[in-house]
Design a protein around this ligand. Structure first.
Ligand code: ADP
Ligand code: MG
Length: 323
């Protein structure tokens, strides 16, 4: 990068997000110096978004800045971790100041909202690619791991499922979502990491995953790691009005069951915590819905209101084996 470019980067990235007392030294030196609170474990996760693979070239840069951070914060939420710091590796084809400013608005607004500070990164020239690494804190032995689900545990999800998937589907097909399209598009472009919900529920839950690849696939990861199976009640899957209308019109359950990108949480809760979970859920702004139960075995099944297994919307037979 040339000196001018360097000054520009410095201008935009030297102060982004919250200002935290546990940042001893932030952007500007060879390394950041960070103080992990005594007695806490550090939870770390990184995700990369590549133009053409994860987003289209004409994407709104402010939304992209939001989403690049949101998908990472979602991983912290799914681990039951409290977010603290973020680093950003940006590969840019050219220096487009308006683009960078908009990207930083989206990224910075979300970071500020969740008390996250940008503490470092790297900027290089090349095909547009964005890597974000987040760092958060978790109490020892309190992380919401994928390998702790037991037969009898309850399966909950936050929010509604399939909204982001339906936004993509309406772009690809001639399905008309009508006035709801803007709501769906926002769910795809500006996913909200469920950090508040995770913070409220993490002491009762024993495991969680964020739904990035679709409910069946992501619950399948929990079942694989925990060596258990699961049965979902299709009628209990929470749907927005737009997705409910789509399912009624088409009979296609693949959107809520198997489409990704919603970044809702799937939580595993011991059965004896049901009343406490439901009481906390009433205090939250986002629905937390019981959708099924962990079972012995290794199959992930979904049953209709009569209890009959439904076909795997991803293709296949009457129950969904883990890969
Ligand atoms: P070095 O050559 O030591 O790796 P750099 O020139 O890459 O240093 O970066 C200088 C400083 O600017 C470092 O503190 C680095 O963390 C920060 N930085 C560079 N790019 C970014 C970015 N995109 N976001 C946040 N901080 C950045
Ligand atoms: Mg560097």
């Amino acid at each position: 990068m040339s000196t001018n470019e360097f000054q520009l980067i410095n201008h935009y990235f030297s102060r982004l997000g919250a200002v935290r007392p546990d940042v001893v030294l932030g952007v500007g030196d060879d390394c950041a110096l960070l103080q992990v609170p005594a007695g806490k474990q550090l939870a770390v996760s990184i995700d990369t978004l590549v133009e053409g693979t994860h987003f289209s070239p004409d994407v709104d840069p402010e939304s992209l800045g939001h989403k690049a951070l949101a998908v990472n914060l979602s991983d912290l939420a799914a681990m039951g971790a409290e977010p603290a710091w973020v680093t950003l590796a940006l590969t840019l084809p050219r220096i487009d100041e308006a683009w960078i400013a908009a990207f930083c608005r989206g990224f910075g607004a979300l970071a500020s909202r969740y008390q996250v500070q940008l503490v470092g990164g790297d900027t290089t020239r090349g095909p547009l690619s964005i890597s974000v690494q987040v760092h958060g804190f978790v109490e020892p032995d309190k992380a919401l791991r994928r390998d702790r689900a037991k037969a009898g545990d309850l399966i909950y999800v936050t929010g509604t499922l399939g909204d982001a998937g339906l936004a993509l589907q309406t772009l690809k097909s001639d399905y008309d979502a009508g006035k709801q399209l803007a709501v769906l598009q926002r769910r795809l472009d500006r996913p909200e990491p469920r950090l508040v919900e995770a913070g409220a529920l993490r002491d009762l839950a024993t495991g969680a995953i964020d739904i990035s690849d679709g409910l069946l696939a992501d619950l399948g990861h929990i079942c694989d790691k925990s060596r258990v199976g699961a049965t979902l009640q299709q009628a209990d899957i929470p749907l927005s009005p737009a997705v409910a209308a789509y399912v009624r019109a088409t009979g296609d359950w693949s959107i809520p069951l198997a489409a990704g990108d919603d970044y809702e949480l799937c939580l595993i809760v011991p059965a004896d915590e049901q009343s406490r979970i439901d009481a906390i859920a009433k205090t939250l702004h986002v629905a937390v819905t019981l959708i099924g139960q962990i079972e012995p075995g290794n199959a992930v099944r979904c049953v209709d209101a009569a209890g009959n297994p439904v076909a795997d919307p991803r293709g296949g037979y009457d129950h969904f084996r883990n890969p």
